[in-house]
Design a binder for this molecule. Structure first.
Ligand SMILES: [Zn+2]
Length: 103
């Protein structure tokens, strides 16, 4: 049985949301409508947006920058790629998961 797509925090940025992709470990941009998406990367798998009221933590931005370099290296050479995924415990999700609230 295929597990359901993971819930990923969606951080509001103006009229879009930023997501730290659990598949490639870099940042992807999506529209604010809640629900499922296909990741914008060559790994191309599903996740479900979980709107948050917080900006993206700096820890995720740093990991995403590192993963972007590693992914580029992987694409050049082939082989195994496992993204660095910081611990996401403590992320506050939007209580009404149906919509992103603008600051
Ligand atoms: Zn991705």
């Amino acid at each position: 049985m295929t597990p359901p797509p993971p819930l990923v925090p969606a951080y509001i940025v103006r009229e879009h949301v930023e997501v730290f992709c659990p598949w490639c470990g870099t940042i992807h941009i999506h529209g604010t409508a809640p629900g499922g998406r296909t990741s914008h990367c060559l790994i191309g798998r599903e996740y479900t947006l979980a709107p948050t009221l917080a900006p993206m933590p700096e820890e995720l931005r740093r990991a995403a920058a590192t993963n972007r370099r590693r992914l580029s290296n992987y694409l050049d050479r082939g082989g195994e790629y496992t993204p660095i995924l910081p611990d996401l415990d403590g992320i506050q999700y939007d209580a009404n998961d149906g919509g992103v609230q603008h600051a």
